[in-house]
Design a protein around this ligand. Structure first.
Ligand code: ATP
Ligand code: MG
Ligand code: FE
Length: 347
């Protein structure tokens, strides 16, 4: 199926076009530079930027894909979770296009999309899929027997998300926003073993698949504070490398353990933090050692984009899932267990 996907849950206006599991176009307009001045995403600015970028980005994606809107088999849009006002811009646009063109509308889950996008890279997902979802707002281990209808959480963060921790530490180090990419870059020149930062929830009595990053965040901030108070220079590269190592060590350790415990022979990693080079390398190393096949999309498909929404929409069409109805609205806290928002009457 030929599907167009629209993503506006945060600060990226993403529009993608896919045919089945083949990526045809991935157009993204970001308002991140505007938000960077405020040190975080400003919801009002994001909504306004989506409104301005929406139609040009849809046109750009269709042109890039070399298809006509008339040929689409469906239009998919992120219905949640995310910023309410930002989501609403995408949902309204998707409804307008779908209604005008007479195409089925699919309101899909942003988190399931972060997983399903890997079909564009590595083909159909295995069933069940074991996924480590690590992004700006979420850090979870998920087991999905069917990514279009059945997603089960094995564990999740009990406080901060992994991406949130990267962003907060970058702020303490005065590195700007978003923090993940900068820390990733600086860490390459630092020593990951320079400072022993705590690994949250890794004790023998701790829940096996839950995460905690707020203790780590506090430990790093205190360590930096002590250096500054003593009038010493903060070794930014070593702090970045040691902090990053603490995060990816726990993420990969728990993800591999989940695969072994559940008898699953592969691991998918999705979400913005999956773009992290050290996470990718350590996951590869540990998966290989455990005989697990690793699936991580290219970095551009890990951070928010429209192709991931189109990928999940295409899977919905392929599996005959019921479309959404014209009353579809944005749900800022749509649970990960709802891969899409079916219409009330499934005529
Ligand atoms: P969610 O998907 O939970 O709704 P989101 O959509 O805001 O949140 P994503 O776009 O999936 O989040 O990911 C953004 C996050 O990924 C940010 O916290 C950012 O710092 C982090 N990130 C991006 N690139 C990297 C990287 N190379 N290393 C570490 N973190 C990264
Ligand atoms: Mg973003
Ligand atoms: Fe996201």
């Amino acid at each position: 199926p030929l599907v167009l996907g629209i993503e506006t849950s945060c600060d990226e206006t993403g529009v993608g076009v896919v045919r089945g599991t083949t990526l045809l176009a991935d157009a993204v307009a970001s308002s991140v530079d505007t938000h960077a001045r405020f040190g975080g995403v400003v919801p009002e600015i994001a909504s306004r930027a989506h409104l301005e970028a929406m139609v040009p980005t849809i046109e750009r994606a269709l042109k890039e894909a070399g298809v006509s809107a008339r040929d689409l088999d469906g239009i998919a849009v992120t219905a949640g979770p995310g910023l309410a006002g930002a989501l609403l811009v995408g949902v309204s646009a998707a409804k307008a296009y779908a209604y005008a063109l007479g195409k089925p509308l699919y309101g899909v889950n942003h988190l399931a999309s972060h997983i399903c996008v890997d079909q564009l890279e590595h083909g159909k997902l295995p069933e069940p899929t074991m996924a480590l979802l690590v992004s700006g707002g979420h850090s979870s281990l998920l087991l999905a027997p069917d990514i279009t209808s059945d997603v089960r959480p094995l564990g999740a963060t009990i406080d901060d998300a992994a991406g949130e921790a990267f962003d907060k530490i970058a702020r303490v180090l005065h590195l700007g926003f978003p923090g993940g990419p900068v820390i990733d870059r600086l860490a390459k020149e630092g020593d990951p073993a320079a400072i022993a930062f705590p690994r949250g929830l890794t004790g023998s009595r701790d829940p096996a698949y839950d995460f905690s990053f707020s203790g780590l965040k506090t430990a790093v901030a205190r360590w930096i504070e002590a250096k500054r108070a003593a009038g010493e220079e903060v070794p930014v590269r070593d702090v970045a490398a040691s902090f990053q190592e603490a995060v990816v060590d726990v993420l990969t350790r728990k993800a591999v353990r989940a695969c072994v415990d559940e008898g699953v022979d592969h691991l998918m990693i999705g979400g913005g933090v999956a773009a992290n080079s050290r996470l990718r390398a350590l996951a590869q190393e540990r998966c290989e050692r455990a005989g697990i096949r690793l699936r991580v999309p290219r970095p551009k498909l890990c951070t928010d984009n429209g192709a991931m929404v189109a990928a999940l929409g295409a899977e919905m069409v392929a599996r005959n899932r019921p479309p959404s109805d014209w009353e579809l609205s944005a749900d800022s806290s749509l649970p990960v267990t709802d891969p899409h928002v079916p219409g009330a009457d499934h005529d």
